[in-house]
Design a protein around this ligand. Structure first.
Ligand SMILES: Cc1ncc(COP(=O)(O)O)c(C=O)c1O
Length: 398
């Protein structure tokens, strides 16, 4: 299934390279998808560590599936979320449907490794999360891009793509990276019905789903059709990415491969995710701490998003355009008539790091776009305002 020289199949992540360049103290970075460092539950973890170490099995080898208590927490939280979401039917997720992974990124990779063979078709929205493109390229998939519109994928293009019998559709309905787009309920239903009609399995990547700042929670694709969807979650954005924990949830009937096949692939890869980190995470998921922590994070990010939007409007007015994201970590900015690669390069020279939109398209080297991605969760409100002042200077200088 794998090429013996996978290096040739994957482009290094431009964003990781920018992050490297953006470490100088003068640089303001709106480039990475980093959570606010101040949001990490360090005190809670510090208290939990000594209790966790009272039981040395925290440092022992463990099961590939993950800690049963964590898997139960995830299954129950998916089920209670479905009860609290309008226009959703209750799900009955069972602990055996949950595999703990090293972040959402590994969940995606495991699905690709298990399901895809070279040349299989995978449909993605364009623009797309580059980490997913890397996974599908490494699996030597044939990527079919479908344009994203304001309420989700262009359904005509999606149906045309589904007619080509792809193996998977990679979807991010909640607060898309990079666009911040949140699919409407009708698009979600339409996508499910097309996927059923053409028997396409969906990977729903939902790392930002808990980060909603305005509007109503909408049913996930998994809630709408548990039997047709691999649902992927992450604790990177709501706890800390350094824990490297996420999960894959799959009904036993999804696609050709059930969760047990994927578990064997994970076993081959790394045996299991860190037990110590899983127990640390469990300490942060206890109530009332977890709910209070989430409320605090949402309030903080809402303020940062609003600060960024105001700075853009104040500094750049009608030279730019954007839709206010209802959640997530990104604002997708259109800059009138200037190529995003030129803006990003000149911005770096002016100590402001942003990501050009071209990076988010399959085969991005040829893509010209006037869009740039701005992260608002990492820089403080004061730095966001200063960063946009610098960016405005760059844009006005063209
Ligand atoms: C859309 C998307 N999927 C997956 C990931 C990876 O998340 P994790 O840290 O859980 O591996 C990211 C990280 O930024 C992301 O934006």
């Amino acid at each position: 299934m794998r090429n013996s020289q996978p290096k040739h199949l994957v482009q290094p992540s431009y964003i990781r390279e920018i992050l490297h360049a953006a470490t100088s103290p003068e640089m303001i970075s709106l480039a990475g998808g980093l959570p606010a460092t101040s949001s990490f539950p360090t005190e809670r973890m510090r208290e939990a560590v000594s209790v966790i170490l009272d039981d040395p099995t925290a440092l022992q080898y463990s099961t590939t599936e993950g800690e049963p208590e964590l898997r139960r927490w995830i299954a129950e939280s998916l089920n209670s979320e479905s009860l609290n979401t309008e226009s959703s039917t209750p799900t009955h997720t069972d602990i055996n449907q949950i595999l703990i992974t090293n972040g959402a990124q590994q969940a995606m990779d495991l699905v690709a490794r298990t399901l895809l063979k070279a040349g299989d078709k995978v449909v993605v929205e364009a623009p797309a999360y580059p980490g997913a493109l890397q996974v599908f390229n490494l699996a030597r998939a044939n990527i079919i891009p479908v344009d994203q519109e304001s309420a989700g994928p262009n359904l005509k293009q999606l149906e045309a793509a589904f007619r080509q019998q792809p193996k998977l559709f990679y979807a991010m309905p909640d607060f898309h990276n990079p666009t911040g787009c949140c699919w409407s309920v009708s698009v979600r239903r339409e996508v499910i019905s097309l996927a059923k009609k053409y028997q396409v399995t969906i990977i729903e990547d939902a790392p930002y789903r808990a980060l909603r700042y305005s509007g109503e929670t909408l049913p996930s694709l998994y809630q709408l059709s548990p039997e047709g969807v691999f649902h992927i979650g992450s604790f990177s954005k709501v706890a800390a990415p350094g824990l490297r924990l996420g999960y894959l949830c799959a009904d036993s009937k999804v696609g050709e491969s059930a969760i047990s096949d994927i578990t064997v692939v994970k076993q081959t890869t790394d045996l299991h995710s860190s037990t110590f980190c899983q127990r640390l995470l469990l300490a942060c998921l206890q109530e009332p701490f977890h709910t209070e922590h989430l409320l605090m994070v949402r309030q903080d990010y809402r303020h940062r998003r609003d600060t960024l939007a105001k700075a853009l409007t104040d500094q750049l007015g009608d030279q730019v355009s954007f839709a206010m994201p209802e959640g997530g970590m990104f604002l997708w900015l259109g800059v009138n008539n200037i190529d995003s690669d030129l803006i990003a390069a000149r911005a770096l020279d002016n100590n402001i790091a942003i990501v050009p939109g071209s990076v988010f398209y399959p085969g991005h080297h040829s893509k010209k776009t006037n869009k740039i991605r701005l992260n608002f969760s990492h820089a403080t409100p004061a730095l966001l305002t200063e960063g946009i002042k610098r960016l405005a200077g760059v844009i006005k200088g063209f």
